[in-house]
Design a protein around this ligand. Structure first.
Ligand code: 6R9
Length: 646
């Protein structure tokens, strides 16, 4: 079940699609042969205050820099809101579907405009200026979109922190970008349970003295502590300002947002995206990849705390004048049909979710899906991790009734938008393959020495030239940007992923080749989990690796060495899991902890992670070369006491 099963483009989709097979071939070739001309044309899809005359200035070597449309000026919120007022002011921009199935509301473009302008004025009134950083720590409610667009309107740089992150993680992200303004809500609501966002923000801000104001959305009405002078109620503030706020004129290369993401070393880094190129790329990919047509209802189930929420809930769809659905809840509440009930309730045409959600729903069988209609669905999408062919086929046959093409979209926080994906009217699908590159994207597969491999092959996935949505730098640390992405394989952007290219030129992402693990589609640096573990007073040393997990894709496997005199108990194991949850957040909870009196190290003291990965995957029969180990008996003990005996 891999290369052999092929789902050709459906004629009824191709007939009305923006791009069919012939158009894809022609446009792709143009985009690669003459990127300046191609993007020079595509850049016109958004409104510019001052049109650009320069399209591209990029170098991946020497003085690494990336600029697109760089002498043009524009405003992102004007593009996502104002420019639609004349033609679709009364059309729904955002459908909000609450955690409670009894709660939903429609926000028109006109209403969105008013909300964004008011909030932009609140920011200005409280001293937020162009270039300032604003941290957003909100649940999936419309105010999250208003906050993003209000920042864009005044030229402030937003940094969204996922609501599942701990106070400590929030504090680190506030401090790293030196943000003085935080937007949160009293509480979040997920699956009927309350998330204490304001209380978390209070703890974070207590350790971030730069913060001057915390703006609080009253969402659940739960009790919150209040710091007079610092804390402001959202509803009071927006009522006190005018509904008129002209958008700031921004240069194409002015920053739009920072989004922290995990890497293979150190603390999460602030991925920086800018204004013009990002918006051109997000809107263009949203239109073509989802074949979005005017009037359709589009639903991406991601959280705005991740890049998918930025590009494909807010910026891409709204730039295209789409109706985008924001869902506060979880797929299993109040029951396991929830996704499909929401699809029927709002007549969703395009549905975009993550393989981990598909796998967990698949486990419950067809019943909960089949009792709903889903007849509005036209296109299905997948993102976040490789989708296994079984889950793909279930998604296709059961959810889509064999009617809807699946776009398996490969991309990253760093890429700003989708890079490898089927286009529904142009590229036939193979379950498990992200298929072919989007316009202007030139993937290359290189071996470990950086040699470009031709034809059918497997290796490290790099991209050989820039596209407008590419990140520009790591906030405050350009050297780290250069080191992380452009030093491993000179002259290329290195993705950190491995991939295979088959005889038809289809790409199959095989997963990360660095020390990043992907848990339920969430990126986690093993180094982050290790440093949380060793911060516990009883832990001497820790090594963390990923291992195959049926539902999550990868689980977190931690090898822990305790301080002398400490004894390993079940209680301590639980305590360590709780500790990591507190330090980073629930998404970082170790699934398995193995007590390891020692870790396999080379004579120079380097932990041999390759061996730890094999043991965690229960593949200890093929450990490979262990001759460089300082003490080979350590491995015997680890194998005997392994936790994953599946
Ligand atoms: C958009 C997003 C990026 C990493 C990426 C890769 C994995 C994402 C994928 C996929 C296989 C897909 N990934 N989409 N792997 N097929 N369709 O998820 O961004 O959170 O930065 O994660 O996710 O390993 O490198 P981000």
């Amino acid at each position: 079940m891999s290369d052999n099963s092929f789902f050709p483009v459906k004629p009824e989709i191709a007939k009305t699609a923006y791009v069919d097979e012939a158009a894809y071939a022609r446009l792709y070739e143009q985009s690669i042969n003459d990127p300046e001309a191609f993007w020079g044309e595509q850049g016109k899809r958004i409104d510019w205050i001052k049109p650009y005359s320069k399209v591209k200035d990029v170098s991946y070597t020497g003085d690494v820099h990336i600029k697109w449309f760089y002498d043009g000026t524009l405003n992102v919120s004007a593009n996502c809101v104002d420019r639609h007022l004349a033609t679709r002011g009364d059309q729904t921009a955002i459908i909000f579907e609450g955690d409670d199935p009894g709660v939903s509301k429609h926000i028109t473009y006109k209403e969105l405009h008013e909300q964004v302008c008011r909030l932009a004025n609140v920011l200005k009134k409280n001293g937020v200026k162009k270039g300032d950083r604003v941290t957003i720590y909100l649940p999936m409610i419309p105010e999250a979109a208003y906050a993003m667009l209000a920042c864009a309107r005044v030229g402030a740089i937003h940094s969204i922190v996922f609501g599942g992150f701990s106070p400590d993680s929030l504090k680190d992200r506030i401090v790293d970008c030196d943000s003085h303004f935080v937007i949160t809500s009293d509480e979040g609501l997920r699956g009927g349970r309350k998330v204490p966002l304001k209380a978390n923000a209070d703890k974070a801000v207590a350790a971030a003295p730069g913060v001057q104001h915390v703006l609080v959305v009253k969402h659940t009405g739960g009790n919150v502590a209040w710091t007079e002078g610092r804390d402001l109620w959202y509803h009071e503030e927006i009522a006190s300002v005018s509904a008129d706020c002209p958008p700031e004129e921004m240069s194409a290369e002015d920053p739009l947002f920072i989004l922290y993401t995990s890497g293979s070393t150190g603390k999460p880094k602030g991925v920086l995206h800018t204004t013009g190129g990002y918006l051109v790329y997000a809107s263009m990919t949203h239109q073509y990849v989802f074949d979005y047509k005017d009037g359709e209802v589009y639903w991406c189930t991601a959280d705005v705390g991740w890049v998918t929420g930025h590009s494909y809930i807010v910026y891409g769809p709204l730039a295209n004048g789409a109706t985008t659905l924001m869902f506060e809840g979880v797929p299993t509440y109040p029951d396991i049909s929830r996704f499909w009930q929401v699809v029927d309730k709002h007549k969703v045409n395009i549905f975009y979710t993550a393989p981990t959600a598909i796998r967990s729903l698949m486990r419950e069988g067809e019943g909960p899906v089949k009792k709903t209609s889903r007849s509005s669905l036209r296109i299905l999408g997948s993102v976040g991790e490789p989708i296994n062919p079984e889950a793909w086929l279930w998604y296709y046959n059961v959810v889509g009734d064999g009617r809807c093409p699946i776009v398996d979209t490969w991309w990253q926080t760093e890429t700003g938008g989708i890079l490898i994906t089927p286009l529904p009217g142009a590229i036939g699908q193979k379950p498990g393959s992200a298929t072919k590159p989007f316009f202007g994207v030139k993937p290359v597969v290189v071996d470990n020495d950086g040699k470009e491999l031709e034809g059918e092959t497997e290796g490290n996935l790099c991209i050989s030239d820039s596209w407008p949505g590419q990140m520009r730098t790591v906030f405050g640390d350009h050297e780290r940007f250069v080191q992380t992405y452009f030093s491993t394989f000179a002259g290329y952007y290195f993705t950190g992923d491995g991939c295979r290219r088959d005889a038809d030129g289809y790409y199959w992402i095989t997963g990360r080749v660095d020390d990043v693990i992907n848990v339920s589609g969430h990126r986690m640096g093993t180094a982050e989990v290790e440093s949380a573990l060793v911060a516990h007073p009883k832990v001497a040393e820790a090594a963390v690796v990923g291992y195959p997990h049926d539902l999550k894709g990868q689980g977190i496997y931690a090898y822990v060495t305790l301080n002398a005199g400490e004894s390993p108990t079940e209680e301590l194991r639980k305590e360590l899991v709780a500790w990591v949850r507190k330090e980073i957040g629930p998404i970082a909870s170790p699934d398995l902890i193995q007590w390891s009196p020692g870790l396999p190290k080379t004579r120079s003291g380097k932990i041999m992670r390759r061996i730890l990965r094999k043991i965690a995957a229960n593949e200890h029969d093929s450990l490979g070369d262990t001759s460089t180990l300082a003490d080979p008996t350590v491995v015997t003990d680890l194998i005997e006491n392994r936790m994953n005996n599946a």
